[in-house]
Design a protein around this ligand. Structure first.
Ligand SMILES: Nc1ncnc2c1ncn2[C@@H]1O[C@H](COP(=O)(O)OP(=O)(O)OP(=O)(O)O)[C@@H](O)[C@H]1O
Ligand SMILES: [Mg+2]
Length: 187
């Protein structure tokens, strides 16, 4: 059954909004423990990762844990619906963007080529590792010419095969949920 991507997005976001704080915390730490154990994570020195908000899979504790060992870069959105990644060197220089998401004040731009691993937020994902995001196309645009590894972090209930993948959608190499790790073969 192919449903409209917007409807899927809306339904999945509603489910996520209904999670309580404890569940978000518990599932997120199960996801992060698995992420830390992957070779992708252990081998990467420069990592792109979002600063979670609302009921997204929580990333702050992992970032705090590794910020002195690895170069952590986080997204900053531009007016034209593109984004760039900036070094997160302190938690003191953050400000909220138009979506209410924390962003570092732009000091140190990190080139796409330098980012070895990208940890990606997910609204929905399917059996092929294709994702539904918030609908801005921010990640699809950024990842189009990205050559590092791409790991999506998601709750297992965000799985659905009910959306049609579009040509511009960039698939992930791996998805980690609170239950398991799913690896996708390229092509
Ligand atoms: N590579 C691209 N170049 C230009 N526009 C793009 C590109 N990729 C996506 N878009 C635009 O973004 C819009 C939203 O795409 P889509 O519905 O796939 O969002 P999404 O995957 O949920 O968002 P996101 O990538 O931010 O998580 C598309 O309709 C398209 O106009
Ligand atoms: Mg997309």
């Amino acid at each position: 059954m192919v449903l409209d991507k917007r409807k899927i997005r809306k339904d999945l976001l509603k489910k996520r909004e209904a999670l309580d704080e404890n569940t978000v915390h518990c599932f997120s730490s199960l996801i992060m423990d698995q992420l830390k154990n992957t070779e992708f994570f252990q081998l990467a020195n420069t990592i792109g990762i979002y600063l979670s908000y609302h009921n997204e899979v929580e990333t702050w504790s992992l970032i705090k844990e590794v910020i002195h060992e690895k170069k952590i870069c986080v997204p900053v959105v531009n007016q034209d619906r593109t984004m760039q990644f900036f070094l997160l060197d302190s938690f003191e220089n953050l400000e909220k963007n138009k979506y209410g998401i924390d962003e570092p004040k732009k000091h140190h731009l990190i080139d796409k080529e330098q980012i070895e691993l990208m940890i990606i937020p997910v609204v929905g994902y399917n059996d092929q590792g294709s994702r539904v995001g918030y609908g801005g196309g921010y990640y699809d645009k950024y990842l189009k010419h990205f050559h590092g590894k791409k790991i999506g972090i998601a709750y297992s209930f965000q799985h659905t095969n009910d959306f049609a993948v579009q040509e511009h959608d960039i698939a992930l190499d791996m998805i980690i949920t609170e239950k398991k790790i799913i690896t996708f073969k390229p092509g």
